[in-house]
Design a protein around this ligand. Structure first.
Ligand code: EPU
Length: 429
């Protein structure tokens, strides 16, 4: 298995291009199932999750052509609507095939995704929304079987849950509602930019969705959708991760393509911490010269601070002057990275959904293990600022969500490399 080795201490300089958003690309690829027409999606990131989604669509019968960062998908010969547990386990986002398959074919059988390392991840809201559209849903042997023999019908649906709105739940219900009879109103919808991007793609296919990017969506069902061309938005979480890479290492960098309007909560916290961020004609300029100050952060649904940036922010706060509190109200159990940051000399105490971080002068390089995608990134960021060498193992998660991270960071001046881990008998100190 690969590991990433970082020698900390280098400032980052130059420019880096932000790739297309993973969390837009995945539901948009799933949405191509809603039509027999051919769709062309541009600015697709080269990531393992995108490969898994392509593989899934091909297994269902789709025809896919990939050329650079452009993908053409045609779903005119879909032969099955069954998704095996192995695929759902590999990539939880496969759950967003549920809505489109149900709407177009009237039946779908998909493995329940269950929980994962960032905590329990129920899909009750997805199912509630689809039931409100008239689907009959039953659970058998870990599989969800959803049917809509008489077609779906528009309805008023409240999709908020105890922890706020649901991103993929909103995606599923919105996609299904595009082909339902009559009007659907989704209240408590997720307003993440990835949902607005999906709605833009669906509208280009002929759907009638208004309100995307707000908590209320109105969807007028249509008879059928056609193929469309669409360019995926830049990945705000990748951009945020590079903002922190520069903040933690010091330096001066341009993030090409990064959008200020998608990152306001992250930028607000970073500016408060002493990082300079400016709009540039083609992205964002980030600079950090002075000492970092501790700031408090609460991860909330958009437009709040993203849970997908919580771990990276904690790495930054580990070396900030003062005490900060980092809380996660979206995934209250997403704190496995705390133990690994402690190995690097951070001073963090976790209590339930929040952690108190007392900034230390310096982190020290150590052998650490990545538990999930964003935790992997957080450990790399910590390694950039640490004294000596940091070895991050189990980095396969990284390739799910960060395109060529070690190449991009190297191009900015970081000392980072990927090596294939051979069993050596060497134990963790
Ligand atoms: N929730 C429910 N019931 C549901 C669905 C969600 O209670 O039916 C709860 C969840 O347990 C969680 C909260 O609602 O506490 C929000 O979950 P959400 O459904 O919004 O998460 P998701 O749609 O499964 C997407 C991203 C995640 C990101 C979250 C939150 C994709 C493919 N995944 O997941 O991204 O953390 O939204 O913003 O879009 C990542 O990229 O590393 C990642 C984990």
């Amino acid at each position: 298995m690969d590991k990433i080795i970082i020698s900390g201490g280098n400032r980052l300089k130059g420019s880096v291009k932000i790739s297309g958003a993973k969390n837009s690309a995945l539901p948009i690829m799933a949405a191509t199932l809603l039509t027999r027409g051919s769709s062309v999606i541009k600015n697709i990131p080269n990531l393992k999750d995108v490969t898994t989604m392509s593989y899934l669509l091909v297994a269902l019968g789709a025809n896919i052509i990939i050329s650079g960062d452009e993908i053409t998908i045609k779903c005119d010969k879909i032969k099955r609507s069954f998704i095996h547990h192995d695929l759902v386990r590999k990539m939880r986002a496969s759950v967003c095939l549920l809505g489109p398959l149900l709407a177009r074919f009237g039946k779908v059988e998909i493995s329940h995704p269950g929980g994962c390392v960032i905590g329990p991840r129920p899909i009750d809201l997805h199912l509630k929304g689809l039931e409100k559209l008239g689907a009959q849903i039953e659970m058998k042997h870990g599989y969800i079987i959803a049917k809509s023999e008489d077609g779906l019908r528009g309805n008023e649906i409240y999709l908020g849950g105890p922890l706020g709105s649901t991103v993929l739940g909103t995606a599923n219900v919105m996609m299904a509602a595009t082909l339902a009879r009559g009007e659907t109103i989704i209240e408590g919808a997720a307003c993440e930019p990835e949902i607005a991007d999906l709605a833009a793609f669906l509208n280009a296919m002929g759907a009638k969705i208004i309100g995307a990017g707000t908590h209320i969506l109105r969807i007028e069902g249509v008879e059928e959708l056609g193929g469309a061309e669409h360019t995926i938005i830049p990945d705000r979480i990748e951009a945020g991760t590079y903002l922190i890479a520069v903040a933690i290492s010091g330096g001066d960098t341009l993030l090409k393509g990064a959008r200020h309007e998608h990152l306001t909560a992250v930028i607000d916290r970073l500016e408060e911490a002493g990082v300079k961020i400016e709009r540039a004609p083609d992205g964002l300029k980030v600079k950090r010269k002075n000492e970092l100050k501790a700031v408090n952060v609460i991860a909330l649904p958009y437009p709040g601070f993203p849970t997908d940036m919580q771990a990276q922010m904690m790495s930054l706060m580990s070396i900030a002057k003062g005490t900060s509190i980092v809380a996660d109200m979206v995934y209250p159990d997403r704190f496995i990275h705390v133990g690994e940051l402690l190995r690097m000399g951070a001073n963090i105490v976790r209590q339930g959904p929040r952690a108190t971080i007392i900034g230390v002068e310096k982190l020290g390089g150590a052998q650490v293990t990545a538990s999930d995608l964003r935790a992997s990134a957080a450990l790399i960021l910590a390694g950039l600022a640490a004294d000596g060498e940091t070895e991050v193992s189990r980095v396969y998660h990284l390739d799910r969500g960060y395109e060529k991270i070690e190449e991009k960071l190297s191009s900015l001046g970081a000392k980072i490399k990927r090596v294939t881990d051979k069993p050596s008998g060497k134990k963790k100190k």
